[in-house]
Every structure is written in C-alpha cells, then in structure tokens.
Design a binder for this molecule. Structure first.
Ligand code: NAD
Length: 315
C-alpha cells in the first residue's frame, strides 16, 4: 500500500469526530462509524463548528467547508465503514475486550492490505489484538483535539513492518500532522510520560501547600513553557551548557517526589463535584461562562499560537 485515500474512523466521540475532520481536511475520503446515529449526527455538528472556527481564523478557506464535509460519510454499520478502507483508526472506548473484538471484526471486514491503527491511550494492544495481518497493526496516538494539536505518536508492535510505519508516517505529514515513531511499546509513550512526571510534581507542590495553583501556572507559563516551543526539552540543555547540566544532575539536592496513587487536594475538589471546566470550577473558577465558550477561547488561542510557531519554522 503506497497511498492512502480511504480512511475509516471507528468511534465518533471526543477523538473520533476530530480525527475524521483531520483526514477530510487532508483530502482523504472518510468513513466515520459509531454505534448510534445520534452520536454520528452530533459528530457532524461538531466538525462543522470546528471548521467555522478554523475559517474564522483564516486557517481553512470558507469555500472548503462543504467539500470537506462531503468527504465525511457517517455510518452505524462497521461493514460499510471498513469495506474499502486503506487505513482504519480505532478510537472506541479504552477497554481491552472492546478493542480486541473490534480488531478481530475489522480484520474480517477490511481489505487484506488495510492498515489497522489504534488510538489507545495506554494499552499494549500488541499483547491481545489478534489479526491475520500483524505486520499492518500499529498504535497511532493522538492528542485532543486532533484537528488542532499536531503530534501523532506512532508505536511499532513486535511484528509491525517498517513499510507500514513509513506509509502511516507519510500520510500524517501529508495531512499536516507531526508524527514521531516509537520502535516499541512504552506505557505513556513520550508526551504523556513527560506530562505525568510534571503532574506528579504539581500535586506534590499543591498537597504540601508550597504554592497556589495560580502561582504554579505562572511559574510554568512565564519561564520554561515560554522557551519550550522553541527549544523543546533536549535542545534546552545545549543552551544551558552540558557542563552545567551535568553538575545539576549530579548534585542530587532535588528529589523526585514519590509517586502516590492519590492527591489530597485533587480528592477534595472531586468530592465537592468540582471537576474542572465542565462543572464551572476545579482548581480555578469558571462560573458565568459556558463550557463551549471557554473551550472555544482555548481553541482560538491554541490555533493562533500553532500557526505562529509554524510561521517561525518551529512546528
Ligand atoms: N480523549 C482524549 O483526550 C484521548 C487522547 C488520546 C487517546 N484517547 C483514546 O482514544 C480512544 C477514544 O477516546 P475518546 O475520548 O474519544 O472516547 P469517547 O468515549 O468520547 O468516544 C468513544 C466512542 O466510541 C464509541 N464506541 C464504543 N464502542 C464502539 C463500537 N463497538 N463500535 C463503534 N463505536 C463504538 C462510543 O459510542 C463513543 O462515541 C480511547 O482509546 C482513548 O483512550 C483519548
């Protein structure tokens, strides 16, 4: 398989609807599948509204909206979605039995040359998925919302062929994404491992009352987060000087807080029903504004920043 034209997205939830949009924007024919027509209708509405935001920012031309939407076919029948697919991305619930069954059904339905990818967040699917095409199975892990965030972590299984990885990687680049390849499965892949390490430290600071959520975010945004889009985490060390990096590493005054399965400050907020933006409060207060309004503001800022970084050649 050298070129992918037809893409099937299985699951039209938080990730699936936006994945369908990515491939339709990139010129592919997309079949979006879910278990209920209502979910598919909601997905179509979300995609149309996402496109309106991109049009508002000049990232997508207005004249492209209808052609993009026309390239997305929705169906509640898995057979219809998979029968002519060159690539399938499974984005159903994070449940081992559900994913195992889905891959076995897709293996029967899809053309023998089709590549089957999972958007799993943390599962080593290579341990339990059974197909007659293990060389064409991989993980393609995206970040929410995929139509805005560029990274795709491609993970090779023990039997995935290099040709499969190459085809998927080339497609991701074609549709405007930033793929990276992990040669074998590692829990959390790369980006979530780094986020988890930081989250562990954030909860340590909060649980022990060292600083407020606002001050922790200011310390982040006004320092290393500002440099990060330009330098990343590795190149940053070259700028610091590797001799100093070596000294910092060896002085051992910084101890990584022990990993704990709970956080007192987090548990308190959750027990009060403060679940974040969706309930109007979490670590911060959001009352008086709708979830949609808050999400849209975030999206507009993220897209502007992404386009600026692209212009500077950093993305
Ligand atoms: N939400 C995120 O930020 C995020 C990020 C990266 C990866 N993921 C992963 O992506 C996958 C999907 O996550 P999500 O957040 O979009 O979940 P979601 O619950 O929003 O959507 C899942 C959709 O799959 C559908 N579904 C369930 N079983 C199905 C079946 N048998 N056939 C067809 N559709 C079916 C559900 O009806 C639902 O609409 C999960 O594996 C998750 O771990 C999520």
């Amino acid at each position: 398989m050298s070129e992918i034209r037809n893409v099937a997205i299985i699951g039209a939830g938080t990730m699936g609807h936006s994945l369908a949009q990515v491939f339709a924007q990139g010129g592919c024919n997309v079949w979006l599948n879910d278990v209920k027509e209502e979910i598919l209708a909601r997905a179509r509405k979300l995609i149309a509204s996402n496109l309106d935001t991109l049009i508002e920012l000049g990232v997508v031309e207005k004249s492209q909206k209808e052609p993009i939407l026309k390239r997305i076919h929705t169906t509640a029948k898995l057979e219809e979605a998979g029968k002519s697919a060159d690539l399938v991305i499974e984005a159903i619930i994070e449940d081992q039995a559900a994913k195992k069954e889905m891959f076995s059904r897709l293996d029967k339905i899809c053309p023998p040359g089709a590549i089957l990818a999972s958007n799993t967040s943390y599962m080593d699917i290579f341990k339990f998925v059974e197909t007659k095409r293990p060389d064409k199975v991989l993980i393609a892990h995206w970040f929410a919302p995929p139509h805005i965030v560029p990274l795709v972590e491609i993970v090779k299984g023990p039997q995935t062929s290099q040709a499969t990885v190459d085809v998927v990687k080339a497609l991701m680049i074609k549709v405007g994404k930033k793929p990276i390849v992990l040669t074998k499965f590692l829990p959390g892949f790369i980006a979530n491992r780094l986020q988890s390490a930081l989250q562990n430290e954030v909860m340590h600071l909060l649980d022990n009352g060292y600083a407020s959520p606002e001050d922790i975010d200011t310390a982040t945004k006004a320092s290393f987060a500002l440099r990060m889009p330009i330098l990343g985490l590795v190149k940053r060390m070259d700028f610091t000087g590797l001799d100093l990096s070596q000294k910092i590493k060896s002085n051992m005054t910084y101890k990584v807080p022990p990993q704990r399965p709970r956080s007192e400050t987090l548990d308190k907020l959750v027990s009060q029903g403060k679940l974040g933006v969706k309930t109007g409060s979490g670590y911060y207060e959001y009352s008086g504004r709708s979830t949609e309004e808050i999400m849209k503001e975030r999206d507009l800022k993220l897209i502007r920043l992404r386009e600026f970084l692209k212009e500077m050649g950093e993305l």
